[in-house]
Design a protein around this ligand. Structure first.
Ligand code: GDD
Length: 386
């Protein structure tokens, strides 16, 4: 369902999209502030995308619209969705509804100051950038009010996006940005989780991007909707984006493994390595000898790195140039990346548990996923390069 207070339909030049879920304490104030900070000399529309907020946010906007003075160059519309479907999908819905040639995405809780909107618009309309990102991670930008834990999670997520997906933008996780509508023409979006900007950046690589510094101010009212699901969704979306645009793998020679992608094979091999490691360590510490358990464990680790390497060379990357001559240097790289992965995992678990007070099981999941993903990317790119 959609409702609007339109004076001039269909001629908006700028569309501001604001997803809301339980923002009853913020929504009217943010609408007022946006109105006070509208970019000059443009026809603008604001679209609220509300997911049937139990606290009545949608109704509050409707009531506000009944009383607000109509303007010739500014309209506000509400899209009422039936249920909570996620931030990314709300943004996508808003974009589909938007009429502007330039689109702004922002939160409703004042963490994204409306005073920055004219600067984003200037970058696009005057300086002809394709995307303008409000950035916390360039000179002049900062974050206020976040716990150490939240900062760490954000930094890790940013690192993964930049290294894993080859993104140069300093704040690809920003939820506050503007872009020319025509750069996304013809693209399909998955809109998984929170990181819509990341998906745009990956799918429009090569466009001109400007970052505008701002201070992210954590919300005063209401609460963040970011939870465990959002974090797992993030990994899912990074994985999908990593695969984006990659050619379909070459035909496999052995039909029995056709159904497994390189990544699936890499992780299957990794899992087999756990078993090898475990069995060999036990075997040497009590089975066939009475070796000190740490020494036995070192043998277990070396054995599992070796079997993992052989399986990955012959199976996972078996379709790539199989030159025996290169095997020793490949083994060296593989062992180095495996050790690096182990160090990253240990460091991450320690930082998350000790400094960021994240529970051990969650920290372990994040660390293992990060290390495994990093291992796969590095080995694919450097060890078994085509
Ligand atoms: N319609 C809809 N549906 N809106 C939602 C949903 C949903 O399922 N989930 C969240 N929102 C709205 C919130 O009401 C708010 O306006 C905005 O999306 C951001 O949600 P928060 O839950 O407050 O986000 P956050 O503060 O934790 O995360 C912030 O930081 C990220 C950067 O690390 C946001 O600014 C994100 O946009 C940003 O990517």
């Amino acid at each position: 369902m959609q409702s609007s207070e339109n004076i001039q339909e269909n001629n908006a030049q700028i569309s501001i999209i604001i997803p809301t879920y339980n923002e009853s304490q913020n929504i009217v104030q943010i609408l007022k502030s946006i109105k006070d900070n509208l970019p000059k000399n443009f026809v603008t529309q604001t679209i609220i995308v509300d997911d049937n907020s139990p606290d009545g946010t949608g109704k509050i906007v409707e009531d506000y619209l009944k009383n607000v003075k109509k303007m010739a160059d500014y309209t506000i519309e509400v899209i009422h969705r039936k249920a909570k479907k996620g931030l990314g999908s709300a943004i996508l819905n808003g974009i589909q509804q938007a009429k502007g040639d330039t689109i702004v995405i922002m939160d409703s809780d004042f963490s994204h100051p409306p005073q920055i909107i004219p600067k984003l618009i200037e970058s696009i309309k005057k300086y002809q950038y394709d995307i303008a990102v409000a950035s916390r991670y360039i000179n002049g930008g900062k974050i206020q009010g976040w716990s150490f834990k939240r900062k760490i999670i954000s930094k890790f997520a940013t690192l993964i996006a930049k290294k894993g997906l080859g993104i140069d933008t300093k704040d690809p996780m920003s939820g506050f940005f503007a872009f020319k509508r025509n750069i996304i023409k013809g693209l399909n979006f998955d809109a998984i989780g929170y990181k819509f900007l990341l998906e745009i950046l990956v799918k429009t690589k090569g466009v001109n991007i400007k970052e505008v510094p701002y201070t992210f101010q954590d919300r005063e009212f209401g609460s963040s909707k970011l939870g465990m699901k959002t974090i797992l969704d993030y990994y899912k979306s990074v994985w999908k984006l990593y695969r984006y645009g990659k050619p379909v793998e070459k035909q496999e020679k052995r039909s029995s493994v056709k159904f497994l992608s390189k990544a699936a094979r890499f992780y299957t091999v990794g899992a087999s390595g756990f078993i090898v490691n475990y069995m060999i360590s036990l075997l040497f510490a009590g089975g066939i000898s009475d070796m000190w358990y740490l020494h036995a464990n070192v043998i277990g680790i070396i054995a599992s790195i070796t079997t993992n390497f052989i399986l990955n060379k012959a199976w996972t990357f078996g379709d790539r140039n199989f030159r025996i001559k290169k095997t020793v240097s490949q083994y060296g790289k593989f062992a180095m990346f495996s050790s690096l992965g182990a160090l990253v995992q240990l460091g991450m678990v320690f930082t998350l548990v000790d400094n960021a007070e994240i529970s051990y099981p969650l920290a372990l999941i994040l660390a293992v996923i990060t290390a495994a993903f990093g291992n796969f990317v590095l080995n694919k790119k450097f060890t078994f390069k085509e």
